[in-house]
Design a protein around this ligand. Sequence first.
Ligand code: PMP
Length: 369
Amino acid sequence: MNASPANATDSNVLDLIRPDLRGFGGYKSARTETLRGDVWLNANESAWSNPADAGALCQRYPEPQPMALRAALADLYGCAAEQLLIGRGSDEAIDLLVRALCVPGRDGVVISSPVFGMYAVSARLQDAPLIDVPLRDTERGFEPDPDALVAAALANRARLVFLCSPTNPTGRACTLEEIAGLAERLAGRALLVVDEAYVEFSDVPSATSLIARFPNLVVLRTLSKAHALAAARIGVAIAAKELIAVLRACQAPYPVPAPCAELALAGLAPVALAQTRERVAVVRRERARMRDALATLPGVRRVYPSQGNYLLVRFDDADRAFAALLSTGVVVRDQRAAPQLGDALRISIGSPEQNDRVLSALAVGEAAA
Ligand code: PMP
């Protein structure tokens, strides 16, 4: 029998928190008091709502963690409300994790490049050493190297290992077995943070179901992608409730603006959710169509398989492809500065009409070359 899962449960995940933050309660806002009354004069708010605020939604400070939204998100993601922290996008969750876990100048953050840039930005802001264990470019696509990830984390006293799944920009999603294996090997040593910003578009299930087994596992979700609410800035961290309480203590007093919470709640109502699912299905169909169509275009070297709402594409001349798209008004993400991606662009999957424009702009650009 393998002894590691027992170790995983025995070790206290709070031991991984910065020692100077243990027992830190954070800011006690007027909203966190459990007082009752009908004349609220405890937060220096205005007694009147702003003339532009027809619903008087913004006169008072909002709930720090809006209860109704938290319950709806917990329901959506299949976890308990106390296991979930709402923040300003998953960007904020990444930042909170780095701040709460890493002693500046000492505790490292492991990433696998090429990958979403915010892990490195948050590490830099915290002066946490960044350890890169690059993805391997294989016949199947870019893949992480689990042995190298664990070895690098342990050798460098890393507190956080970020696993982006599906990976932005390279597209692969990790299986639950891979994630469980990593979480187990990192137990007691580091948190494994699985960023699932794009998981709705993938074939793999969310790793949230593994949190009960692995207290050192954190899952990040967002309403910015499949749910089409990027400007509302609602993202969540899902983890053991003790860890969520620590992250909350490190967060700003009122991180969720009331209009955003209201919109997000409406966006999770059954009718909206049904439409979101339909659109995800369209994106998945279009992703397959675009992958096939792009692969047959002259000038395209390789289209990577993708579980996200984007495709990573290598070109003979990425500069020319980028310019051809831009000249017709189509803006894609230039990846050429990213490690291993000197000839690549990342193209988000748009509506069928938008995707057709990508194909014709590239075909025309190549024919003119
Ligand atoms: N994670 C990944 C992998 C992303 O690509 C993004 C946004 N591009 C984010 C997190 C941040 O998303 P948000 O802050 O909007 O939730």
